[in-house]
Design a protein around this ligand. Structure first.
Ligand code: AMP
Ligand code: MG
Length: 324
């Protein structure tokens, strides 16, 4: 990545155009967050519903303070400890941020990403860059520049290639705009780390509620999802899998599994997933994309253990699948 590319990216952003850039979580589709027309282009390119707020990326604390009306002590602590890094902090929105960025809410999610190239871009731009993941709405987030190209093609004015994303799943989102700070989306920064800084931290009820029972892929509020039918199972539900495979012996099926399995049909294939949360997260979206592109009739995914270090990964898998 040359200096010229960076300069070009900065000028495109100033001109209200779209620039895709790498971060440590996933690739982002960026536009000037203070320019309503530029922000509208993001929603258009992704086919994103206007009700889904977009995260705003900044170079650091100094810039963040410009885009909120209340940079609290808690915000300062979190940013000092976790930025640049995979933590989005939701605070009251300053009028400079286009309302569409926040889907009309009076809050804004701010984050300084931990990627040298993109931090340099944000420093040069010296503003606020609204950037959701650089994929079509409800599809798998991109973790390489090639994925962005496949997802968005010429809907984006420039793609900065910063290699494969280090973390591989989206940031943790915490809001400081509720009486008790609340995690809205789990990610690489874990609940215990946040509690160590803030004391009490709640988790949005969505993650605590009983799982909804099995439904067909079309009916489920799928997100981060491949286009192929995608089913999940817990490790102790393997008998269901055996039955499913027997019923579909002649269909190509791919399983993403932590545990090696013997398979009866040559049509079926097991892709081993790393038994280590950071490695699993880094590989997950690539593995899903490859399985999706392989022409398989179904993807079966073994859920990792229901333990805190797997919390964010289980969340993404739950949203990408229905129960077998
Ligand atoms: P994405 O940009 O695709 O990674 O998704 C952004 C997500 O961040 C949204 O779906 C929300 O969960 C969260 N988010 C961003 N901004 C806000 C906000 N102002 N209030 C609440 N949640 C937000
Ligand atoms: Mg997204």
């Amino acid at each position: 990545m040359s200096r010229e590319d960076l300069d070009k990216a900065v000028h495109l952003l100033w001109d209200g155009r779209l620039v895709a850039f790498p971060t440590e979580t996933v690739y982002g589709l960026g536009a000037d967050a203070t320019n309503p027309e530029a922000v509208a282009r993001i929603f258009q390119a992704k086919g994103r519903p206007a009700t889904n707020p977009v995260i705003v990326h900044v170079a650091g604390i100094e810039q963040a303070r410009r885009y909120t009306t209340d940079w609290s002590r808690n915000a300062q602590w979190l940013a000092e400890i976790f930025w640049p890094g995979p933590l989005t902090i939701v605070v009251p929105r300053a009028p400079a941020i286009a309302p569409a960025v926040s889907a009309g809410l009076d809050t804004v999610g701010l984050r300084a990403p931990r990627h040298a190239l993109t931090l340099e871009l944000l420093r040069l731009f010296d503003g606020a860059v609204a950037a959701p993941s650089a994929n079509r709405s409800n599809r798998i987030s991109p973790t390489t520049a090639q994925h962005v190209l496949e997802e968005l093609g010429d809907r984006v004015d420039l793609i900065l290639d910063g290699g494969q994303c280090d973390i591989g799943i989206e940031s943790t989102v915490i809001t400081l705009c509720t009486p008790v700070p609340t995690v809205l989306r789990p990610g690489d920064v874990e609940l215990d780390q946040l509690r160590a800084v803030l004391g009490r931290v709640d988790v949005h009820p969505r993650f605590i509620e009983q799982e909804t029972p099995a439904s067909s892929p079309g009916q489920h509020p799928l997100h981060y999802a491949p286009q192929t039918s995608c089913f999940r199972y817990e490790a102790d539900e393997y008998p269901h899998v055996v039955q499913y495979l027997a019923e579909h012996a002649t269909s190509p099926i791919i399983m993403l599994a932590l545990n090696a399995r013997m398979l009866a049909s040559p049509k079926h294939r097991v892709v081993g997933m790393p038994n280590h949360p950071p490695s699993y997260a880094r590989h997950l979206y690539c593995a899903l994309r490859e399985a999706d592109a392989s022409g398989t009739s179904a993807i079966l995914i073994e859920m990792p253990p229901d333990e805190p270090e797997w919390f964010a990964i289980r969340d993404r898998l739950t949203r990408a699948t229905v129960r077998l």
